[in-house]
Design a protein around this ligand. Sequence first.
Ligand SMILES: NC(=O)c1ccc[n+]([C@@H]2O[C@H](COP(=O)([O-])OP(=O)(O)OC[C@H]3O[C@@H](n4cnc5c(N)ncnc54)[C@H](O)[C@@H]3O)[C@@H](O)[C@H]2O)c1
Length: 283
Amino acid sequence: MRELSVGDDTLGGMTLDTVVLTGAAGRVGSVLREPLRRGLRRLISVDRVALTAQGPGEEVRRAELSGVEDVASVIEGADAVVHLAGVPDEAPLADLLEANVLGAHHVLEAARLVGTRRVVLASSNRLTGCYPATRMVSAEMPPRPDGLYGVSKVAVEALGRLYADKFGLEVVCLRIGSLESEPSEPRHLATWLSPHDCAGFFWAALTQPVTFATAYAVSANTRRFWELDDHIDYRPRDDAEAYVHRILKADEYFADDRLQGGEYATADYTIRHGLNSWSSSTS
Ligand SMILES: NC(=O)c1ccc[n+]([C@@H]2O[C@H](COP(=O)([O-])OP(=O)(O)OC[C@H]3O[C@@H](n4cnc5c(N)ncnc54)[C@H](O)[C@@H]3O)[C@@H](O)[C@H]2O)c1
């Protein structure tokens, strides 16, 4: 893995002019806007909520992306799309299918129709959250989602693969770790993704020569349980272990026989966030 910083696209990958960022007002989008703006000639940041441009090179659009035409109208002429818009946690399956699965399909289909070369899809570590925390997991291993949200990301990645195999789009699925300014709980010692490394992974996903790749985006944490992928040649810089002194009961947490998803992988989490509305509507 090589050192790579935002703005450096000298690895023989594609030269970028215009990139569209969906879900730009959210947690991940807010971390990516500034570095992408600096690295690109033109960044188009899109969200259903209003945004203000952060400086030269960024254009903002307020749009509800609810169909192929909505997406096509904002991505026409762009070289790539980073698609972040969606529901980022456990929720009723119908909501996840609409926001995440249909949402990703609209983006991929719009990209095919208007000729956008590359799509970077926000996937999630929760797609493999039911693996034991003692196991090193790679993106080649079968999904073991820790909830309905993880299931939606399995479908998102499958759509990406389909559009790469069948229609020749370049697609990168990034399984984002826990994006936080600093790690604040024991699980983050394995799963933390620092803002700096987040920008590095997305820049690599936009610029490196790939036809299809699925990769974990996680910092260089000593207790990391996901393998880095050679196709996305970015070497993360930060290590959550530097914050271990602030995290209570870290060793106890890792001594226990638990699943990678931690609390997310419990039955109760899905019952409370994903199934409650179903049981109350049928009772
Ligand atoms: N934050 C993390 O640590 C993390 C970890 C793993 C995966 N992810 C994935 O990254 C992506 C972004 O996550 P986030 O934490 O920034 O979520 P977020 O909820 O903070 O942001 C999502 C943004 O998308 C916008 N949006 C949603 N639907 C839209 C639509 N139809 N049209 C226009 N705008 C719409 C929302 O207004 C919001 O600003 C998600 O796909 C999530 O599953 C995030």
